[in-house]
Design a binder for this molecule. Structure first.
Ligand SMILES: *Cc1c(COP(=O)(O)O)cnc(C)c1O
Length: 372
């Protein structure tokens, strides 16, 4: 069979989640598993974290229902709330928690009669300028929601625009606004994404919302002592399927972008943009061949890519190729490192691995939900 697989190390996922908790010992951490757990498989990741994470977060009711249908019983937060009024019935039936970020959601909630009150996270726009109410409006709505019979466990929620950056000015600007608001309302908060969880204790609230760090990607512009301990969860692994010997000047692949600088050996690897490997990868993008560093040479094709292995001894057909993650010899190629060569971020590479790449889980998660 074609050798390309995405191996998912669920032990590493649990390790990373524990690190998020250790960073913020006075907070509870929602495990963000939206977008199919950033491409890692939401059901398997949720099962691996059940009992460890007190709640999960997703981007839509659809994503929450996938988890409920798989038997996940933990609280699940809808980070963007509902998209249609009719979803409130599902929120109620499946005991989901919801963000409220806009007036129509608020009106719909206040007109709804749930069987039990719904935990609500009121989203305030503290400077991201994407979702949420202005601070003065959030203050009014807080008063309404804290009296509303439809609502329980009300929290303030906000999101940072620059928590990953070394320059903390804008984060501090957002925090000043949020702290003033929380103090006036005596409101518990949920603010921190991964970089704020890792680097900004001031932003740790009643709840935090780490996402990408759970998958072993370091979101910080400048790594810190904790982020260096993150372990890669996904290894995108394939094999050499052919080897070419080239003379100086001979080109490789579409457009002949790369030319052999001298006599060269090029390995053809079974992985391409049709699998989600980024076609923007430039010549020189790192891979591991037999656990040794090597570099992409030539444009990525749909099903294949080519690697200069002139200086990698013992490369043969069937040699292991790691596109990111951990090689059999223990060498690690961080997905963050690859992303820089593709002019992107780890988030797009991880969520971009396409369904045709089989996911293989280690250790295997229990196949059915634990009996209640
Ligand atoms: C995705 C998301 C997160 C997690 O962000 P990371 O950078 O992956 O940690 C947190 N909060 C909200 C609202 C999100 O949409």
């Amino acid at each position: 069979m074609r050798p390309l697989v995405a191996e998912i190390d669920l032990g590493a996922l649990r390790h990373n989640y524990r690190l998020a908790c250790e960073c913020a010992p006075h907070s509870q951490s929602v495990a963000v598993i939206k977008a199919d757990a950033y491409g890692h498989g939401a059901i398997e990741c949720a099962r691996a974290l059940e009992g460890l994470a007190p709640a999960f977060a997703v981007a839509s009711t659809e994503e929450a229902l996938v988890l409920r249908h798989a038997g996940i019983q933990s609280p699940i937060v809808l980070l963007e709330g509902i998209f249609e009024v009719s979803e409130l019935a599902l929120v109620d039936e499946h005991r989901l928690w919801m963000a409220v970020h806009t007036d129509w959601q608020l009106d719909a909630l206040l007109a709804f009669k749930p069987r039990q009150p719904i935990p609500v996270w009121l989203k305030v726009d503290s400077g991201m300028h994407r979702l949420g109410f202005s601070p003065p409006r959030a203050e009014q709505i807080w008063q309404t929601l804290s009296q509303a019979p439809q609502v329980t466990a009300l929290h303030l929620m906000s999101h940072f625009a620059t928590a990953d950056a070394e320059d903390t000015d804008y984060l501090q600007y957002q925090m000043t606004m949020l702290q003033a608001l929380a103090e006036r309302l005596d409101a518990p908060m949920c603010l921190a994404n991964s970089p704020a969880t890792l680097a900004h204790p001031v932003a740790h609230g009643h709840w935090n919302r780490p996402g990408v760090m759970l998958y072993g990607s370091d979101p910080l512009e400048v790594a810190n002592a904790t982020s260096r301990q993150l372990a890669p969860v996904m290894t995108l692994r394939s094999e050499v399927m052919a080897i070419r010997e080239l003379e100086a000047g001979e080109p490789v692949g579409y457009g002949g972008r790369w030319r052999a600088p001298g006599r060269a050996k090029v390995a053809v690897v079974a992985a391409g943009y049709g699998d989600g490997y980024d076609r923007h990868a430039i010549d020189g993008t790192p891979v591991l061949v037999n656990g040794q560093p090597a570099r992409i040479a030539g444009k990525v094709s749909m099903d294949m890519l080519t690697v200069d292995v002139t200086h990698v001894p013992d490369t043969r057909i069937g040699s292991e190729v790691v596109l990111w993650g951990r090689a059999a010899n223990g060498a690690v190629l961080p997905v963050d490192h690859v992303a820089r060569y593709c002019d992107t971020i780890s988030y797009t590479l991880l969520t971009g691995v396409l369904p045709r790449v089989p996911r293989r889980y280690h250790p295997c998660p229990p196949s059915s939900p634990t009996a209640m």
